[in-house]
Write a protein that binds this ligand. Sequence first.
Ligand SMILES: [Zn+2]
Length: 182
Amino acid sequence: MHSGDIYEPAERLRLIHTHFLAPGGGGPRAERVARSTEPAAALRLEVYDHMRDTVTEAAALAKSLCDDQEPYEQPPAAVERVYEWLVAETDHLDERKQRNRDAVIYRQGLQHAILMGEADIIRRHPCPECVTWGLVWDRHREQVVCWNRHCADDDGQPTTWTLAQLAEDHIARKNRRAARAT
Ligand SMILES: [Zn+2]
């Protein structure tokens, strides 16, 4: 995997950490959070859970992809280095497993963006079914919706996707492009 592919998800983790969680650091937003009015406290907790789940999932993925072997190195303390670590632990594996890993990293990157209020990132992806640019994030149902009416089912219900499906489609497309280019 090219290191550029983990740059964006890692950078988002770094930003989330400095803006929401780092003690004393992080500028005005963290200041507001630190003063801990009720919604800010709730937000801080949500962010904390998000970071913890991110690292837990990465560590579990490294282990399961490597047939339950313990990692060569422990996950890094600096959360934004977790993808670097995950790739290093798994870069000897076959292509299918590495694609699997890449899709999880990409999906986590989408989740970081949504947490940061940048759900528009979903629009950068074509619909996996109709391949048009009508995707939006439904934050209440927490799913991706395609608004192309030709893509809807016979009852007119729009096609929906999970972030994992969107990430898998993205990685598959990318690998097909790379295969054509060589
Ligand atoms: Zn569609």
